[in-house]
Design a protein around this ligand. Sequence first.
Ligand SMILES: [Mn+2]
Length: 400
Amino acid sequence: MFDSSFFAANRRQLYNLLKPQSFLVITANMSLQHSADIAYDFEQDGHFWYLTGLEMPDWLLVFDRDTGEELLIMPRANSVRAAFDGSLTAEQAVTISGVKEVLDKKAGAALLKKLCQNKKRVYGIAPQPSIYFDTFTNPAQRRLHRRLHGPEFVDVRKDISTLRAIKQPQEIKAIQTAIDVTAQGLEEVYAQLPSLKYEYEAEALLSYAFRRRGFNHAFHPIVAAGKHSCTFHYESAQSPLGKGVLLFDIGAQAGHYAADIARVISLGSVTDRQQAIFDAVAHAQRDIIALLQPGQSVKTYLEEVEFIMLREMVQLGILPKTAIPHDIYTNMQHAISHGLGIDVHDPLGQPKTFKEGMVLTVEPGIYSIKDDTGVRIEDDILITATGPKVLSAAIPIGLK
Ligand SMILES: [Mn+2]
């Protein structure tokens, strides 16, 4: 889906931002131990992939701003690891990335040392801890960061994020493919639902639909029946389906790009109250999507979203009439929108306004534990010159 010209053009955009007397170095993620000799599934750093297309751990991208030379540094050859995980040769890395030169680890280390001695500035990505969840970031960035003594360090995380935020035509095509596969999977699950008894059966059919077409999940699928629909990232999918609501929050991955879709459907008998919660979320989502115009202020968008959600929650009696907009977060403890792309939560570079070419989700939710009902409806939106385009519009919304 993506050839070296895509990655080369992305690098060029980034290189154009650098000042003289500097160099840039960006690292791939490293492989993480699960237990003993078992590693977690390897996930490449999104920025590194955007610049190189390489899917292996421990590679480095280096660019000398003053000579214009760019090169990759490859990890030390490890025949055991290669036998288990496969390997990437220098020639293959050149073909994928379009970077012409590859150094081995020893020559690469010597070069980095020399660049640190001779340059005023080094551009890289500073490690960024996760704020809301107690997770460790991949250690690769921290490890590299510690090696860069001498020059002033300049973080380009936000610059790369800003580039990534505006999707190119082939990126939009990849996202659309991921959405279409997700739609096909969901349709197949819906068709089988009357004969299913457990959440995991629905999850298995979805996985089968994706894998049969050669795709994977972009993230662990959420298939949550009844009260589990109130747990945002319910992943166990071990419970009986019952007769109430069933929430899917799912997405295929295509060419490294994600879909992220949420739907809630009835499993046979929903109450008027459940229908009212559903209608409130669907209504809110329509109003919120309409706000996503190019040039729209992000701050104003978030304020408008709060008013819309407040309106619906007050009408349902979930919040009192005296509630203020910020009170919506006592019920909806998740963001209304996030970027979508290489990462399911794709960085947007903290823009002040929405711009043409951005792809983001809109996913309002209202959660009522006493009704065993969490409703979240999520679509993937491309901002175009003429307004929001719902890339996932073909996936029906409707409780019944
Ligand atoms: Mn989402």
